[in-house]
Design a protein around this ligand. Structure first.
Ligand code: PAF
Length: 278
């Protein structure tokens, strides 16, 4: 595995590979890798000649200083985990990523103003700034993003359009633990007791989907509110049904829905979603 810390050297390497006709896949991460990341890397590895993984905890996408402090960091373990499905690891530091404070502007329309955008002010600006720089530093043909961060995926597609990047963005399914909990680096911060009850998130999303189809949107939202009101270890931040493409609140007559949820379990913020088609 090649390891680069400087973007100029990485870009030289990438351009040299592309000049030889090789295809390049890219998976951006913040480390603390789990099977969800591995599934993205394995997909890239099977579809491209060269797979790059970046590991960079992007400070400007955290709207909460303690969340940034507590974000798990384990680069050696990460590198061990990805050797079978990665050719290049990019490990930039803050000066490399942001020699100057980002000041570019983006227009995401309503996309950065609702749900994650509303609850985490500035988060999507930070994601946009880092993804733009990473795309410029890696110039990939294909890039792989998990569907767990559904709204982030739409933001990334919008960045690619606004910046005219000719990059194929490949959405990848959520990878779950045996009991349905969506894989997340944040799961490491759950206590034993919290980890045991965390599968309620996915279970309640599935039940809400059934209720949506049988009894309607409001009944399914009431079900979610009741479920978490009866389980006080959880605090629900939001649960909404949205149109998966227009990303506006669903109408009962829609053909497809995405149910988007954030709950707090103790001090850990967990995100999940379910996509259904009629
Ligand atoms: O999804 C993530 O892990 C991060 O938001 C990303 C895309 C690597 C940007 O820091």
């Amino acid at each position: 595995m090649h390891i680069f810390k400087h973007s100029a050297e990485l870009l030289d390497f990438v351009r040299h590979q592309k000049a030889q006709g090789k295809t390049v896949g890219f998976v951006p991460t913040m480390g603390a890798l789990h099977k969800g990341h591995i599934s993205l890397l394995e997909k890239s590895y099977s579809e491209n000649d060269i797979t790059i993984c970046s590991i960079y905890v992007n400070p400007i996408q955290f709207n909460n200083a303690s969340d940034l402090d507590k974000y798990p960091r384990m680069p050696e373990k990460d590198m061990e985990m990805i050797k079978h499905c990665c050719d290049v690891v990019f490990l930039p530091n803050n000066e490399e990523m942001y020699p100057e404070k980002p000041s570019e502007e983006y227009d995401f329309g309503h996309l950065d103003k609702v749900l994650e955008g509303a609850f985490r002010p500035g988060h999507f600006y930070g994601v946009a700034a880092v993804v733009r720089r990473l795309f410029e530093m890696t110039e990939p043909h294909n890039t792989y993003f998990g569907l767990k961060d559904y709204q982030q995926l739409l933001i990334v597609k919008s960045i690619a359009k606004q910046c005219n990047f000719d990059i194929n963005i490949v959405p990848c399914p959520i990878v779950r633990e045996f009991d349905g909990l969506a894989m997340s680096s944040r799961n490491l911060r759950l206590s034993k007791e919290e980890r045991e009850i965390a599968p309620l998130i996915w279970k309640s999303l599935n039940n809400a989907a059934k209720i949506l189809l049988q009894e309607g949107i409001e009944a399914s939202k009431d079900f979610i509110l009741d479920t978490f009101a009866n389980n006080p270890s959880f605090k629900i931040e939001y649960f909404e049904w949205y149109h998966p493409e227009k990303f506006i609140p669903s109408q009962q007559s829609d053909e497809q829905f995405v149910g988007l949820m954030v709950v707090w379990l103790g001090e850990v913020r967990l995100i999940d979603n379910i996509i259904i088609k009629k």
